[in-house]
Ligand binder design. Structure first.
Ligand SMILES: Cc1ncc(C[n+]2csc(CCOP(=O)(O)OP(=O)(O)O)c2C)c(N)n1
Ligand SMILES: [Mg+2]
Length: 407
């Protein structure tokens, strides 16, 4: 439902009191108003477009890197989805991030990703980690191998999607649980403060995290202790198969951060430059001792919650029923409407508009990325599988064990 200004509004009291089927219809009607949702994103983003940092002033190679990162995430996802759909020997799985690429890319472009571990910024990820990992700079071939449980994968085939991690680039790791990562991330921020380091700790979270106690605890402590902590909330409208307004009273979840006294911005998560501007502002403030920040990126995922049900090999996105959701949880036209504001196209058009690349160069970069990702999958899927004995690694001490010293 929309008000006279085209803003998305909550159900009326009558609808809330209506029988189940009525409120379900009301919900579907609400969810179907994809145009309104897109309008909302743009409107809020424009209202918050006054950040002091302008991506436009970045050097061309940095801007091209951001475009390349978005493409890497997209083609990693598409190739993996095709593997899941078409290769019966493929063991991997993912909670796909396609549609949200600009968020991870814009945030990580504002972070310190190279250098000694004691100096780089840390990213704590979620159950939807591959975009965050690629944006933070993990090695893609070994991540591909890891996601298919290969012994030479990034984490020795132990982690798969839900626990991938690469501390060497400050990617602390994926997290299958919704919430605990927020608290651990504030712990890292506390350690940075205690050590007098200017590092920053960033946690990504979905709209579903609002309903966890860790969300509130992390924000409260980050503010009380003025920690160098940034919460990036990716509001893709749904947690699993429920609209976020079912568990959160705020239209903008950023309002919750404001209540804790934390400066918060709402940005258009489909526009990498807007995300970068907001992230750069929050990172610079946190690094300089100015305390935590919160960014809510309005975004959307093109695939269903988990895996590739409803998707077809060679095609982007999933439509129609998701058997795991029992019923269709979002209208196809909503998915297609969001795909009209694709983060890949938006980044490409901006770069062309700004004269950073022309159309021919933009296509060349896309082709280079596709080749790189194809090679990553070829390498990753040719790696040796873990053996059953590998399961005992890291469980018992290996080699000579000295007798325990008492007293
Ligand atoms: C503590 C906890 N409760 C429930 C789950 C099951 N679960 C996995 S993903 C998810 C929804 C997350 O939604 P959101 O935070 O919006 O992230 P999105 O999937 O949309 O990226 C839930 C409830 C979980 N992993 N951890
Ligand atoms: Mg969500």
């Amino acid at each position: 439902m929309t008000d006279n200004d085209g803003n998305l509004v909550f159900c009326s009291d009558e609808e809330e009191q209506a029988p189940q089927s009525e409120s379900r219809r009301g919900f579907l009607k609400l969810a179907a108003l994809s145009g309104a949702v897109a309008t909302l994103s743009t409107r809020r983003a424009l209202a918050n477009g006054d950040t002091a940092f302008h991506a436009k002033d970045l050097p061309d190679d940095k801007l091209i890197d951001m475009y390349r990162t978005i493409l890497k995430i997209r083609w990693h996802e598409r190739t993996q989805a095709d593997q899941m759909l078409g290769n019966p020997d493929y063991r991997g799985y993912n909670h796909f991030y396609a549609g949200q690429e600009a968020v991870a890319t814009g945030v990580c472009a504002a972070l310190r990703n190279d250098g000694p571990f004691e100096q780089i910024d840390l990213v704590y990820s979620t159950h939807r980690p591959s975009g965050h990992a690629i944006a933070k700079g993990v090695d893609i071939p070994t991540m591909v191998a890891e996601m298919d449980f290969r012994a030479t994968g990034m984490n020795g085939g132990y982690a798969a999607e839900m626990h991938i991690s690469d501390p060497s680039v400050g990617f602390v790791g994926a997290d299958g649980m919704i919430g605990p990562g927020h608290v651990t991330a504030t712990g890292s921020a506390f350690a940075f403060r205690a050590r007098g380091s200017d590092q920053v700790s960033v946690v990504f979270g979905g709209d579903g995290t609002y309903a966890t106690p860790q969300f509130h605890s992390a924000l409260n402590n980050a503010k009380l202790l003025d920690l160098p902590f940034i919460y990036v909330l990716e509001n893709n409208l749904y947690h699993q198969y429920a609209h976020y307004t079912y568990s959160c009273p705020h239209r903008d979840i950023a309002d919750a951060a404001t209540a804790y006294g934390i400066p918060a911005r709402v940005v258009d998560g489909q526009d990498v430059m807007q995300v970068y501007n907001a992230a750069k502002e929050a990172v610079d403030r946190a690094r300089a001792g100015g305390g935590p920040g919160f960014i809510e990126a309005k975004t959307y995922r093109y695939y269903n919650h988990w895996g590739a049900p409803g998707a077809k090999e060679g095609e982007l996105g999933a439509f129609g029923y998701d058997p795991l959701a029992i019923t269709s949880f979002r209208p196809e036209r909503e998915v297609r409407a969001w795909m009209q504001r694709d983060p890949v196209d938006i980044a490409r058009n901006i770069l062309v508009d700004w004269g950073v690349v022309d159309e021919a160069r933009a296509t060349e970069i896309e082709d280079e990325v596709k080749t790189e990702i194809t090679a990553a999958f070829e390498w990753g899927l040719a790696q040796p599988l873990c053996t059953p004995e590998d399961g005992l690694k890291h469980v018992f001490a290996e080699g000579t064990v000295l007798p325990r010293q008492f007293g």
